[in-house]
Write a protein that binds this ligand. Structure first.
Ligand code: PBG
Length: 328
């Protein structure tokens, strides 16, 4: 007879036993549901690169938001697709812009749903960059500091429309400080900032850019989004955002950056969010469509891994589909 004192399999023998020793459980309260608002009367148009996700009219969006709250989710993250884009992204801060209308409608329909808004210019600029572009003969660059007041203005307009939390995603240096002082200057000292602190220049945003029609017309985002090769730098970015007044920090994308999430978890004692981005969603969808893997299992495994790595909050397009598999 083999004498093994240690047999890890003992605690895997049954479903209830496995549940008792499970270390990571996905709860409804961990989830932030991203939604896209678009002007116009067409109620819902499926986004081809994001199967199962839609562009919603404002009215329809409000009904979806209400259903999301009724399903027990605490928060949505809203993106707007404006009908008009220009070089400065003017409609990002227009009082009657698409996102401002969407926030109002959602807060009316579901007052206790936390509404988080994406604060960035890329959906609103005709060139598709996240900051103002300064042309210089044949070359161009991003005018970081001229962008900051516009981000402040945009955040204030979101808060004025009723947004509960603002989420700067443009990776401009100093954006958290600019937004904090703009909000405070408007008497909105209680509005938290969820900072996309470590946001990488990732190919996994591809489907989102189709959805938001926000691909840069020229160049790419690698002068402002982070190099996927760097993790120490992510710690510096997060530390800076916290110094500037960020309340919640985020790592994005999630799946290819689990080490960054883990390091952030160990280093910073603040709520940590992870964005399971569009490409991470669509690749599971596509493989499942081909019959190559089980979609729900794959989504649950990935999201559990993201939480296990250290994330407290998960932004994911899968949230609603997994509703029946989540804890309270
Ligand atoms: C920028 C923004 C992007 C995403 C969220 N906010 C796109 C980008 O940086 O190009 C990507 C989200 C996703 O891929 O799901 N406003």
């Amino acid at each position: 007879m083999t004498l093994l004192r240690r047999r890890p399999r003992r605690l895997r023998a049954s479903l209830p036993l496995r549940a008792m020793v499970r270390e990571t459980v996905l709860n409804r309260d961990d989830f932030i549901v991203p939604l896209f608002a678009r002007a116009g009367r067409e109620e819902a148009r499926e986004i081809p690169s994001l199967p199962g996700q839609y562009h919603y009219s404002v009215g329809r969006l409000a009904r979806e938001a209400k259903a999301i709250r009724a399903a027990g989710f605490p928060a949505v993250l809203l993106f707007g697709i404006p009908s008009r884009k220009d070089a400065r992204g003017t409609s990002a801060w227009a009082a009657s812009g698409i996102i401002q209308q969407a926030v109002k409608a959602v807060k009316d329909a579901a007052p206790d749903l936390t509404v988080i808004t994406d604060v960035c210019l890329c959906e609103y600029t005709d060139h598709g960059h996240c900051g103002l572009v300064r042309k210089n003969g044949k070359t161009w660059d991003i005018d970081n500091d001229a962008t900051l007041p516009l981000l402040g203005r945009t955040a204030v307009s979101h808060a004025a429309a009723g947004a509960d939390v603002v989420a700067p995603s443009g990776m401009m240096d100093g954006s958290v400080a600019a937004i904090r002082s703009a909000l405070d200057g408007d008497g909105r000292t209680a509005t938290p900032i969820l900072a996309y602190s470590a946001k990488y220049a990732s190919v996994f945003y591809g489907p989102f850019r189709d959805a938001a029609q926000s691909s840069p017309r020229f160049g790419d985002r690698s002068t402002y989004q982070m190099d996927p090769a760097n993790a120490d730098e992510a710690m510096r970015e997060i530390a800076l955002d916290l110094e500037e007044g960020a309340d919640v920090i985020m790592v994005k994308p999630a799946l290819a950056y689990l080490d960054v999430l883990r390091r952030a978890r160990e280093r910073f004692d603040v709520p940590l969010a992870a964005y399971n981005v569009s490409g991470e969603y669509s690749m599971i969808k596509a493989a499942a469509e081909k019959g190559w893997l089980n979609e729900r299992q794959a989504a649950l495994e990935v999201l559990t891994a993201i939480k296990r790595a250290g994330a407290d909050l998960l932004v994911t397009y899968f949230a609603r589909e997994l509703s029946d598999r989540l804890g309270p």
